[in-house]
Design a protein around this ligand. Structure first.
Ligand code: HEM
Length: 533
């Protein structure tokens, strides 16, 4: 070969390699080579984005439910840049992925990066042994005794919310007609104030002060546009880059470009949230001088963790413990994981009750006598309210705040008879399972709280209701979230009646990480005309 030809070939080789790589990834592999190509599923979709545009346009979890109905219990779908996802819906397959073999099925890197950027590199992002140790260290802070000691703290925020709604209704021209409220905004404020009080002993009072720094930063961080942007952040390295100091210093560059303006908002909001979190942690460190046995010691989760760390290291110098930085990441995790999820759960429950007046009236009949006797019911009293339990569990079942999550195969293995290669990404289809007709019967997609009084024979607590998933990564805040939702709902339903804001109103769940109402959920709210049934 002549030297000229050789050097020409060398100069075009990178271009050809790139073209080949693109063709391989987008066409050759998914169409002809993938060992998963014969698994039934929707068509490959857009040449670059696959089924992604269909997924983000629709309601979270619904398209996956259609796929399961059409293609069966194992579905293959292709996402952006030809990356395949598998969806198993049989309980045994999900049990293997989430419970029995969970170490072999960690959260995928892209998900850990996105969660890390928006909710801290804490319990939500670690895996394997590190996760086991961290979870063991944190479990006591979420125990029933700890929750029982915290329940009373919810009511300061709940009472503020009730007073605000009452005052606004009473100042209307016709108070008896009630007033329209964007209920998601209010559930978001009340849950932010509650999580800050119970997790950190920190007073946000976003209910009275909408410009509270933390509330403001979260509002911007969780805006629907940003949620869509986050869903696109699957490009390796991008979340880490956005989490860096460099990105904060140069955030104004991003705002100059239309498509990157959301990145500037995200970087700025996260920086502000981190600053507040650092302040919260510094205060806890100062408080840790208080002896662990001090009965007056603070009962919030962070104080419990800081004191447990101190006690463990005093007892055993080599004991597992969290560094200051890891503690700081947990602050972000509790804020990120515990606020918007519970706010959405509450807003959806109000929506479902507004559309089912019979269930709402029955709930009012149940809670009113209890609240008349004791306006601040404790953990046990709330837990004993049977219809309240049915309503909350049913709402979390049909409209789960986290409709979907992901896992990745860390080794090649058979699942439900399919040989799944290492590296395969899985959908964990929470909403699909929660509303499966095989598990819940023909009316599985309907809101019918009474089903919890007579559960189907197929019901299993860990595999029929997946809203908090199952196994070692199951939500650590599950009991806290449920009891918090019950306290807020009982208090609101005893005081107010909820109705759709206008005829023909439909639910508008977004397709982001957390399923929240796109329209902030307008509802008409009236003061109750009678207190007891
Ligand atoms: C209705 C409210 C809530 C729902 C629906 C919910 C749902 C979930 C789900 C589905 C997961 C698993 C995610 C995955 O593994 O991919 C999870 C994990 C987690 N949640 Fe929640 N959550 C709620 C409230 C809370 C609260 C109040 C807190 C804490 C204050 C919290 C803290 C966490 C943490 C730390 C994890 C990671 C657990 C681990 O990997 O060990 N969540 N949650």
């Amino acid at each position: 070969m002549s030297p000229t030809l050789y050097s020409r070939l060398l100069s075009v080789a990178p271009k050809f390699s790139l073209v080949f790589l693109v063709l391989y990834q987008l066409i050759l592999y998914p169409h002809f080579l993938s060992p998963l190509r014969h698994i039934p599923g929707p068509p490959l979709g857009h040449p670059v984005y696959g089924q992604f545009p269909t997924i983000i346009k629709g309601e979270a979890g619904i398209i996956q439910r259609e796929w399961a109905k059409k293609h069966g219990s194992v579905v293959r779908a292709v996402g952006p840049i030809g990356i395949e996802r598998l969806m198993f819906t049989k309980p045994d397959a999900l049990h293997k992925i989430l419970v029995s073999d969970w170490v072999d099925y960690p959260r995928p890197g892209f998900m850990r990066d996105i969660l890390g950027l928006t909710a801290g590199y804490g319990l939500l992002t670690v895996t394997g042994n590190e996760h086991k140790q961290m979870r063991k260290f944190m479990n006591p802070a979420f125990s029933i005794p700890s929750l029982m000691a915290q329940t009373d703290m919810y009511y300061n925020s709940i009472e503020s919310l009730i007073e605000i709604l009452q005052t606004q209704i009473d100042t209307e021209e016709k108070p008896e007609a009630g007033k329209e409220f964007l209920m998601y905004e209010w559930t978001s404020k009340v849950t932010l104030d509650i999580i800050c009080a119970t997790a950190f002993g920190y007073k946000t009072d976003s209910l009275h002060n909408p410009h509270n720094e933390l509330a403001d930063a979260y509002e911007r961080l969780l805006s629907p546009n940003l949620a869509r942007f986050i869903a696109l952040m699957v490009i390796p390295g991008v979340p880490r880059l956005l989490a860096s100091d460099w990105a904060y210093r140069h955030r104004h560059w991003f705002s100059r470009f239309q498509n990157l303006a959301q990145a500037a908002i995200l970087v700025d909001s996260m920086h502000r949230i981190k600053q507040v979190s650092a302040g919260i942690l510094a205060e806890k460190m100062r408080d840790s001088a208080v002896a662990a046995s001090d009965t007056e010691a603070k009962r919030d989760i962070m104080s419990l963790l800081v004191r447990a760390r101190k006690a463990d290291t005093e007892k055993d110098k080599g004991a597992y413990t969290l560094s200051d930085n890891a503690m700081m990441e947990q602050v972000l995790t509790f804020l990120g994981a515990g606020h918007e999820t519970t706010a959405s759960g509450l807003a959806w429950t109000l929506w479902l009750l507004a559309n089912d007046q019979e269930s709402q009236a029955r709930l009012r009949d149940e809670v009113t006598p209890l609240l008349a006797d004791n306006p601040r019911p404790d953990y046990r009293s709330l837990k004993d309210l049977q219809w309240l339990d049915c309503v909350v569990m049913e709402s979390l079942r049909v409209l789960p705040p986290v409709p979907m999550t992901f896992r990745r195969a860390a080794k090649t293995d058979y699942i439900d008879g399919v040989l799944v290669p290492k590296g395969t990404i899985f959908y964990i289809p929470i909403r699909v399972v929660n509303t499966s007709k095989d598990l819940w019967g023909e009316d599985a997609e309907e809101f019918r709280p009474s089903r919890w009084l007579d559960l189907p024979k197929t019901y299993s607590p860990s595999s029929s209701h997946m809203s908090f998933i199952a196994g070692p990564h199951a939500c650590i805040g599950k009991t806290m979230a449920i009891i918090e939702m019950k306290a807020v709902l009982a208090s609101l339903i005893a005081e107010f009646e909820f109705e759709p804001a206008y005829a023909g109103q439909v639910a508008q769940p977004t397709a982001a990480v957390t399923m929240k109402p796109k329209d902030n959920m307008p509802l008409r709210v009236r003061r109750v005309s009678r207190k007891t049934a």
